[in-house]
Design a protein around this ligand. Structure first.
Ligand SMILES: Cc1ncc(C[n+]2csc(CCOP(=O)(O)OP(=O)(O)O)c2C)c(N)n1
Ligand SMILES: [Mg+2]
Length: 586
């Protein structure tokens, strides 16, 4: 005889799978045993992928990464008590970045709540406004389970996570939802008979004609593509004849209107100072120049509603719209091909490019100087040298370059250079994502970053989810590389734990190790505060042996101290995940 708990769990997972769910992440626990054991059976039957993690915090971010890659809500199952609360960081990130996720939290039945029962707290509502939909399901009782009711509930959960209502219309942002399910003893039974599959994926489509704002091509307009803006931003910039400022994780960092070195240009009265209108896509978070431009008097702001709970509107004055449609006809100048528009865009693009080249040259020169006299081959002058001598000199210089220690700039460039559209790049919060944002040229690479709340938590788990989903779903998928600082790695080091039987991701974790959080060295207060205090409470130094961590978790480990070693490490073939440590100076 199967228990009501197991019957219910089987019905729920069958319904979720039928509704389109593909990934279930779970952690061990007693109250949730019926769900976990049922999930294992569905995996054997090939109807769900199951991922097991000991730490729910890792599990939550893994679910986030899986959903970010697939676009399909992932399910994360926990037992009762603090286990549920460990999902909170991932749930918040999913809420703010608009990633669909279904939390299924197992709970005590109502008669055991509020009386100090072991491992029992108030679970419905635990995530407050971060979940758009919460249901508290009474413990299943003996007698046949009402499959139709369970199916309706599961479909509603999936639709709500996808931002739709039960009629399939897109009503609000995608994000996390919570299904709290009580279970009474017996908590499960070993016997499992799976309901037949009736696949009918829930589809949530935007309204047929999204209400679009018509904008004409004047006045002087800039398109800003923040995180996850997508290719629409690039298309809009071209249609408007506007320069495009696209953050590195925007998904819009390409095309003829892309502007390099945008921070310097936005600070310049001749460029940023002339902007009269900004059209924002996605969620910009990486510079102070963008919010400052959007809050300036005399700048009209149009925000195209992005994924995530809140529209980005730093000046609280933006026109928030579903989409923009460019109206060329109503423009006084008639077309974006006219000279005025070509000049406006051309100046931004060319000046940005020149600035970037100048910065790169300045950095190369200062490194040459650091290498000592004669290092750049110019000290003796080249006149009168034989061809052979010149060639030898050239080779010597190349070798010297490759032996140089890795700078943040070199690290950012190397990572961007080796990544291609079939790869995935995941960027942790802090300095290194900003380094890439400042220097890398346009290229169509799928870049992910948890920019909803820009936490340094859960980055390894998120990247693992992206790697696992991409290598399963896309036969041509390449390597997932995640770039993190040392504190970001250490914060989520528990996510390196892959239990026996778990799929090992094709993942390179590249850690720029500068011994602490160097981003805080750039705080204004660092100029006046006591250096000891700054080091102790902000930089937070450590001397963790990262190679030993890799060994402990059964990962491969490579130290890449020079540029040659880094280039090699990034393109080498590994069997499973690898930790690539790049020493950086503070
Ligand atoms: C969960 C969380 N805690 C704290 C912070 C604040 N924070 C931002 S960056 C950072 C330091 C990151 O250091 P590291 O990863 O070594 O990068 P670095 O700046 O040294 O390159 C901290 C603690 C945060 N963003 N998220
Ligand atoms: Mg650091």
């Amino acid at each position: 005889m199967t228990s009501p708990s197991t019957e219910y769990a089987l019905s729920l997972l069958a319904s979720l799978a039928d509704a389109g769910v593909r990934d279930v992440v779970l952690s061990p626990g007693s109250r949730s045993q019926a769900l976990a054991l049922a999930a294992a059976e569905f995996e054997i039957a090939g109807r769900l992928s199951v991922h097991v993690r000991i730490d729910e915090r890792s599990g939550g971010f893994l679910a986030l990464g899986l959903a970010a890659e697939t676009g399909v809500p992932s399910v994360v199952i926990t037992t009762s008590g603090t286990a549920v609360a460990n999902l909170h960081p991932a749930v918040l990130e999913a809420h703010h970045s608009g990633v669909p996720m279904i939390v299924v939290s197992a709970d005590r039945p109502s008669e055991m709540r509020g009386i100090g029962s072991n491992q029992t707290t108030v679970q419905p509502g635990l995530f407050a406004s971060a979940v758009g939909w919460v249901r508290d399901v009474e413990a299943p009782r003996s007698g046949p389970v009402d499959h139709e009711a369970v199916r309706t509930l599961a479909r509603e959960a999936v639709a709500e996570a996808l931002g739709g209502d039960s009629h399939g219309a897109l009503g609000r942002s995608r994000g996390p939802v919570q299904l709290n399910v009580a279970f009474r003893e017996p908590l499960s039974s070993g016997e499992q008979s799976l309901p037949a599959a009736h696949p009918a994926p829930v589809e949530v489509a935007p309204p047929v004609a999204p209400s679009a704002l018509e904008v004409d091509v004047d006045p002087a307009t800039l398109v800003v593509a923040g995180h996850a803006a997508g290719p629409e931003a690039e298309a809009a910039a071209r249609a408007l004849g506007a320069p495009l400022v696209a953050e590195v994780s925007s998904g819009a960092r390409f095309g003829p209107h892309l502007v390099s070195s945008y921070r310097a240009l936005l600070d310049d009265a001749d460029f940023g100072g002339r902007v009269r209108r900004v059209v924002v896509f996605g969620h910009p978070t990486l510079s102070r120049q963008i919010p400052s431009l959007l809050t300036r008097d005399g700048v009209e702001v149009v925000v195209v509603r992005a994924a995530g709970a809140e529209a980005y509107d730093p000046g609280r004055s933006a026109r928030v719209v579903e989409a923009v449609e460019v109206d060329r006809a109503s423009s006084g100048v008639g077309s974006t091909d006219d000279a005025a528009h070509r000049t406006w865009v051309g100046r931004w693009v060319h000046t940005g490019r020149r600035l970037l080249e100048a910065e790169a040259e300045a950095e190369a020169e200062s490194e040459d100087a650091a290498d000592g006299p004669g290092a750049d081959g110019t000290a003796e002058g080249s006149a009168g040298r034989t061809e052979a001598a010149e060639q030898a000199e050239f080779l010597r210089r190349e070798v010297q370059l490759l032996r140089r220690p890795v700078t943040r700039r070199a690290l950012a460039e190397a990572l961007w250079r080796v990544s291609w559209p079939h790869d995935r790049l995941v960027l942790g919060a802090s300095r290194l994502i900003r380094e890439l944002d400042q220097i890398v040229p346009g290229k169509k690479i799928p870049v992910h970053a948890n920019r909803g709340l820009a936490g340094i938590d859960g980055t390894i788990a998120t990247a693992t989810g992206i790697a696992l989903a991409s290598q399963r779903d896309d036969p041509a998928a390449g390597t997932t590389r995640v770039l993190v600082g040392d504190l970001t790695l250490l914060h989520d080091v528990g996510s390196m734990l892959l239990g026996l039987g778990e799929t090992r991701p094709r993942l390179q974790v590249v850690v720029g190790n500068d011994g602490g959080g160097t981003i805080f060295d750039g705080l204004e207060v660092a100029a006046t505060a006591s250096p000891e205090a700054m080091t102790r409470v902000q930089f937070t130094p450590h001397e963790v042996d990262l190679s030993a961590l890799a060994v402990a978790y059964g990962w491969q480990y490579v130290e890449a101290a020079t540029r040659a070693e880094l280039d090699q490490a990034l393109v080498a073939r590994y069997d499973g995940p690898v930790l690539i440590e790049v020493p950086l100076s503070r």
